[in-house]
Ligand binder design. Structure first.
Ligand SMILES: [Zn+2]
Length: 408
């Protein structure tokens, strides 16, 4: 999967690398014999057997009987989905959601409750209250939890995990990592939403098999998760990917950041609502909708053929091209994936984007731009995967930047 830091592979001992390899092979190919593991891994049979003893002891792998095809029966091993569980936490503008996944990273249960804005301490208490409920729903005892990760839409300082600014949550300089880690009595690293969504997209979605891609969030704000050569790119303090505040017009609308003409004043949920209000005088479909316009309702009008509504998404796509063009020129990614609630009529928005992109990037036509197949769950799925990634590496005794750099 996409690795959060570049420290780990280099720091692993050969023994740790071999153990990770064998565990991955059991997960992918089990039930499988030691002989076949040796064949697939290229390791010697005694090495594989020693690793398997360790994995059996830790419960990560279990013996599921023997297979006999003439000759001596071979014991078969399988990955134990119940050997660990991971907690993902998504702090959103509408709701606070938690999910529990099994050792494989598959979601077992999910719960949410309405967000309370401008009160981060209350949000932390909400997460504490949701935890036993979601564990019960998943049928998972607390002691099985091996890792957690939280995400939110805002600037997260690394390595401290302080939420420096989340305008849409009404948060400023809140030590989220420290507060959650203390309240849940476990390490809870914090990422921003596009970074986590990018990880999920690489593991489960449109970016599988890609080493360099960009995940663009278009919701209340606009931001990007950057994956470069198989790793999330954070920058000096973790503030990479803030393309929503690229200035795309000299005299544009005022932005939450205090400047004018930022990309997100043209493409976010608020921008779509503003455009729908402005277009209501020439569209009876938009005029008839309740205020403020819901993005889903504008999208329904567009998909039903309303020209004004179609124009809104087409125009949002064309504006988005200005920000994406910069990223294409800078990073030369293999793929661009769009997600977030403003990507509600993706075909129309993508048509506007593709039309405009060549004006802002060289060789733009060679880079596919697609809507995320993961929908609104991308961020939470990413949080769960990042929770597992941090914990599995610590179980493998690998020095881990994510955990090391961020003690509460
Ligand atoms: Zn701005």
């Amino acid at each position: 999967m996409v690795r959060p830091t570049d420290k780990t592979a280099n720091n692993r001992t050969p023994r740790e690398l071999n153990r990770a390899l064998v565990l991955d092979l059991v997960q992918e190919h089990g039930p499988i014999s030691r002989t076949n593991l040796a064949r697939l891994s290229g390791l010697t049979k005694p090495t594989v057997s020693a690793i398997i003893e360790e994995l059996l002891d830790s419960g990560s792998v279990r013996d599921v009987g023997s297979e006999s095809r003439g000759g001596r029966p071979a014991r078969l091993l399988e990955f134990n989905d119940d050997s660990a569980a991971y907690l993902g936490i998504e702090i959103g503008v509408e709701q606070t959601a938690v999910a529990v996944a099994d050792a494989r990273g598959r979601t077992r249960a999910r719960l949410e409750q309405p967000a309370v804005l401008r009160d981060p301490h209350r949000t932390v208490r909400d997460v504490v209250e949701l935890l036993p409920k979601v564990l019960q729903l998943a049928g998972v005892p607390r002691k099985r939890l091996r890792g957690a990760c939280a995400i939110l839409p805002g600037l997260i300082e690394r390595p401290s995990g302080v939420c420096v600014l989340a305008p849409n949550l009404g948060w400023e300089r809140f030590p989220l990592r420290a507060e959650l880690s203390r309240a849940l009595r476990m390490q809870v690293p914090v990422y921003n939403l596009p970074q986590a969504a990018a990880v999920a997209e690489g593991e489960l979605g449109a970016a599988r098999g890609h080493a360099s891609y960009v995940w663009i969030y278009v919701g209340l704000g606009v931001g990007a998760g950057l994956v470069v050569d198989g790793r999330l790119f954070f920058g000096m303090q973790g503030y990479s990917g803030e393309i929503g505040h690229c200035r795309v017009a000299d005299d544009g609308p005022p932005c939450g950041c205090g400047r004018r003409g930022c990309l997100e004043t043209f493409t976010s949920v608020m921008a779509l609502r503003r455009a729908a209000e402005a277009a209501s005088s020439r569209s009876s479909a938009l005029a008839a909708l309740p205020r403020p316009h819901a993005v889903a309702a504008i999208a329904s009008a567009a998909l039903a053929g309303d020209e004004a509504a179609r124009g809104i998404f087409h125009q949002a796509g064309a504006q988005l091209a200005r920000g994406i063009g910069v990223l294409l020129n800078l990073l030369n990614p293999q793929l661009v994936v769009l997600g977030g609630e403003a990507i509600a009529a993706p075909d129309i928005l993508l048509a506007g984007l593709r039309e405009e992109l060549p004006r802002h990037a060289v060789r733009a036509g060679e880079v596919p731009v697609v809507a995320s197949p993961l929908g609104s769950e991308a961020g939470l799925l990413g949080a769960v995967l990042l929770a597992r990634e941090g914990a599995v590496r610590s179980l493998r005794l690998v020095p881990d930047g994510v955990l090391q750099d961020s003690a509460p």
